[in-house]
Design a protein around this ligand. Structure first.
Ligand code: ADP
Ligand code: MG
Length: 679
């Protein structure tokens, strides 16, 4: 990106860029993290340990001490007492500032030290006799190493004078929401009035903050709505619902679609029949039955003579999808190709040829689908299962395979539900279908938290369950730092369980196995030939073995919430009562405890996602999908939820009635950056 920092010196410019500040306009909306009260002085004798204070006095000594380590130690005296100030890192210029006899103001937190009250690394300012105190709170900005508050403050103050700060909100909307003007809000935040309420400022509840947060949410809605509209202006293959193959599939199913499934199928069918590309997210908790919805969409493409592809993140899942789809489609006489790393070269080449010629219209696969030599000349629908497991690039690569360079319709599927506030903000450019109902006949899963010390007992439960004809998963601990260690742990666990359970057949799957070994083990477990499956998180997504009713997760405290929910969703798929045992090691970190509590208390994926969002914040939550959507810096999805709906409504209105103002707003907040948003 072009930097607007000509004339500032490369070092300063690069530090500003590090803060994502590229133009004067960015400085204007670089807002304080908090404020310091330098409007008052505290007499040294009154300053209390544990509180920030500003003191003023005369330097009575200043020296570099070498023990216990090199440091600068100064003493400052006022009428009420003496205070020690120390710096571990210091510059020669500081020694000058602190020359004996100089008057200084120190701002910092007072602590009880070895030599009495002291401040460590306080801020120092030299004071001329009679110099007054600032009248307003002093802003403290987010910054980076090597860029001091004073420099940043000066740059921001200068930007506030040069950048036009006209109000870009329609006046009636501003009034209706009772928001202050833009310039007024910025002044209130950068230079709070002497009587401003410091608590409201710090908690970001001040009306000025509301104005800024609203504008930020509005800009996000504008950019997402604009992307949405741009997509609707593009052409796609029209795939009307002919109800030929699809009706045949529904008739042949051993179950009836839930009403949530019917609704999603209807929404997707309508999108496919339109002349612009669908961009839809099918969201449904683990086990809610997304696969059949995908199959029906694929058949709608096929019954129009066009191709559809379904991409899944793991070999195991792709194969399972293939088998399920093939079984559903065979009676209808519809062929389906399967591409994955596990297929032999000859088979693979034959599949590629049949897809290339259009003899086969449907394809299932892993990333193998997006390889260059895969040609899908009539691709009109691309489906991505467990979409959060793919990066933007991979999703785009599949999209690029669209017939004649036309964009295929896209259906993304995810079992990681998106809390409503997040859906309304970061995902506002997608249409969403929700499966909010599980197929009937599922018994709820019971979750137990068990300390590691009781492993033996847990092994006993596995034995009992399997001897009663059930099957069990045993999930090995996640070891993020080392794949080798993770593998070793899996091998050890496998050996230990095989020994402890001689009467049972135990299998092992992990990421390092060859694809056909993995697939043979999964098939054996699926067929009931193996009773216990020791696994790493390769089984996290999608695996569907209804007879498995017990899951043990070791070191559950190391897993993320979404992952635990996904893993737990591997059981509870049949009619037997299922149990998920979360083994944890003591001592638990506070965060680990919080996560286990959430997963113990909730079985609903939406509730878990909401808690996860709370624990992690939207940055990390959304980060997994590497979205490119601008993150919110100031607005808080929980606290400011009430502003989202008005922002959305106003965004639509402005795009329609005041596009130039909408542009100016996006320019103000995003600069050129919206071009980086979802392509
Ligand atoms: P997920 O949404 O997690 O991908 P799946 O598509 O794997 O769920 O479905 C889970 C299981 O439920 C599968 O065995 C599937 O065949 C079955 N299923 C799907 N829809 C229904 C339904 N309406 N009634 C009964 N079982 C269903
Ligand atoms: Mg699935």
């Amino acid at each position: 990106m072009q930097s607007g920092w000509a004339g500032l010196g490369e070092q300063l410019a690069s530090r500003l860029r590090k803060l994502d500040l590229h133009r004067q306009e960015d400085l204007v909306v670089h807002l304080p993290l908090r404020y310091e009260d330098e409007t008052r002085l505290t007499p040294i004798g009154v300053a209390r340990a544990g509180f920030p204070a500003q003191i003023e006095g005369e330097v009575t000594s200043c020296e570099v001490v070498l023990r216990p380590r090199r440091q600068l130690v100064a003493r400052v005296r006022d009428d009420s007492g003496t205070l020690v100030a120390r710096w571990i890192n210091f510059y020669p210029s500081q020694q000058k500032q602190l020359a004996v006899g100089r008057r200084v103001r120190l701002f910092g937190e007072v602590r009880g030290g070895f030599f009495g009250d002291e401040m460590v690394h306080p801020r120092v300012r030299n004071i001329d006799p009679g110099e007054g105190l600032p009248e307003a709170l002093t802003p403290v900005y987010p910054t980076t190493a090597g860029l001091g508050q004073t420099t940043l403050r000066k740059l921001i103050d200068r930007a506030l004078k040069t950048v036009p700060l006209q109000d870009l909100l329609p006046e009636d909307a501003r009034r209706a929401l009772d928001l202050p003007g833009f310039a007024e809000a910025l002044t209130a935040l950068h230079h709070p009035a002497p009587d401003a309420d410091p608590i409201a400022l710090e908690n970001r509840e001040h009306p000025a903050w509301r104005r800024i947060k609203f504008e930020e949410l509005l800009v996000q809605q504008l950019s997402l709505r604009r992307a949405y509209n741009a997509r609707r202006a593009r052409e796609a293959v029209v795939l009307p619902a002919r109800q030929q193959l699809t009706a045949g599939l529904v008739r042949g199913l051993p179950f009836a679609l839930t009403s949530a499934q019917q609704r999603a199928v209807g929404e997707i069918a309508a999108d496919l029949g339109a002349a612009h590309p669908m961009q839809r997210l099918l969201q449904g908790d683990v086990g809610s039955g997304k696969t059949i919805v995908a199959a029906l969409a694929m058949l709608q493409a096929a019954e129009n003579g066009w191709q559809a592809a379904l991409m899944a993140p793991t070999e195991i899942l792709a194969e399972q999808h293939y088998k399920k789809l093939a079984a559903w489609l065979e009676p209808l006489g519809v062929g389906i190709a399967w591409l994955s790393g596990s297929r032999r070269k000859r088979e693979r080449e034959a599949e590629l040829a049949r897809l290339q010629s259009g003899e086969v219209l449907l394809a299932v696969g892993t990333h193998a689908l997006i390889e260059d030599e895969v040609a899908l000349p009539r691709l009109a629908l691309a489906i991505i299962d467990e979409q959060h497991r793919f990066g933007v690039r991979q999703r785009l690569a599949l999209r690029e395979k669209g017939a004649h360079g036309l964009r295929p319709h896209m259906l993304m599927m995810s079992a990681t539900p998106i809390p409503r506030t997040l859906a309304m903000t970061h995902y506002a450019d997608l249409d969403v279908s929700v499966l909010d109902e599980l197929p009937p006949g599922r018994t709820p899963i019971r979750t137990k938290l068990v300390s590691d010390a009781r492993r033996e007992e847990v092994v006993g439960r596995v034995r009992d369950a399997c001897l009663q004809g059930r099957q069990a998963y045993w999930v090995c601990p996640l070891i993020e730092e080392s794949e080798a260690l993770q593998l070793q742990t899996a091998l050890d666990t496998y050996a230990a369980l095989s020994e402890a359970l001689p009467e049972l057949r135990v299998g092992l799957v992990h990421g390092r196995l060859k694809a056909d070994e993995k697939s043979a083990t999964m098939a054996a477990f699926s067929a009931g030939e193996l009773q216990v499956l020791v696994a790493t998180t390769v089984i996290e997504v999608g695996v569907d073995v209804p007879n498995a009713s017990l899951m043990v997760i070791e070191h559950a405290e190391r897993f993320g919430l979404a992952q635990l929910h996904q893993l737990r969703g591997r059981v509870g798929r049949g009619t037997a009562e299922s149990v998920c045992i979360l083994l944890f090691a003591q001592p638990l970190s506070e965060n680990g405890r919080a996560r286990l509590k959430v997963i113990y208390e909730h079985t609903d994926g939406f509730a878990i996602a909401r808690e996860d969002l709370q624990l992690r914040g939207p940055g990390e939550f959304v980060g997994a999908r590497q979205s490119g959507v601008p993150l919110l810096r100031y607005a808080d999805l929980e606290l400011d939820a009430g502003l989202i709906e008005p922002a959305r409504a106003l965004a639509e209105r402005m795009l329609r009635d005041a596009p130039a103002q909408a542009d100016a707003l996006m320019q103000r907040w995003l600069g050129g950056r919206e071009s980086l948003l979802r392509a």
